[in-house]
Ligand binder design. Structure first.
Ligand SMILES: [Zn+2]
Length: 214
């Protein structure tokens, strides 16, 4: 599994064109592509989906089944986890705490550590391992709606927030503030990605693009 291909955007004949590879002729006007200034030159769009095993100390989301780019429909169940400093993803399910070394290659990532918290980063793996070893996260305690992957990740996040001297977050607050903006942006990105996969490119009028596709 891979994070997916990079989406490239360029401007031509009053349009914004999205594609995986810059073609020789413009898909909108069929004229040869020349870029008159930097504003028109191709750029790659920042993807909201990252290789989770290359992320340190982050909260990750991915579809419980399948991948974002291929399978996600905006409503599917999401599974969540926390990476240690080696990109191993700790996550809780009906079999207890899992320590995944593969499977999170297409994830939404939310950083959990402030850049200046080096002391906490040194202790991170130990904290995460100790936290995960408690009885709270045994297979028998798992309940799909009340004591699940979310409960596990959020309890750990609150443990870290407390260590940082910050106030704790409840599930609604965390979801509204951090999760929803990112899943919303990912949904738009996935729609665009699939449109390019299907048609080879995706074109919108520059006027419309003021609404900012991504
Ligand atoms: Zn054109």
């Amino acid at each position: 599994m891979q994070p997916g291909r990079a989406i490239i955007q360029f401007r031509h004949c009053g349009k914004d064109v999205y594609c995986f590879r810059v073609p020789d002729l413009c898909p909108a006007c069929h004229g040869p592509l020349s870029f008159r200034n930097l504003d028109e030159a191709p750029i790659s769009i920042a993807t909201p989906l990252v290789h989770g095993h290359q992320q340190q100390c982050v909260f990750l989301l991915r579809p419980t089944l399948g991948t974002f780019l291929r399978d996600y429909d905006g409503n599917a169940d999401l599974h969540v986890g926390i990476t240690n400093t080696h990109g191993i993803v700790y996550n809780y399910n009906e079999q207890g705490v899992q320590r995944d070394e593969v499977g999170w290659e297409q994830s939404i990532s939310i950083p959990l550590l402030q850049p200046n918290m080096f002391g906490l980063m040194d202790q991170w793996d130990k904290y995460l391992e100790e936290f995960s070893a408690t009885d709270d996260w045994s297979p028998s305690r798992y309940e799909e709606h009340r004591h699940n992957c979310y409960t596990y990740a959020l309890t750990f996040i609150n443990y870290i927030l407390t260590a940082e001297g910050k106030h704790q977050l409840d599930k609604d607050e965390f979801t509204e503030k951090f999760v929803v903006p990112r899943t919303r942006r990912a949904s738009k990105y996935i729609t665009l990605y699939r449109a390019i996969e299907e048609g080879g490119f995706y074109v919108i009028d520059r006027l419309d693009s003021d609404t900012n596709l991504l």
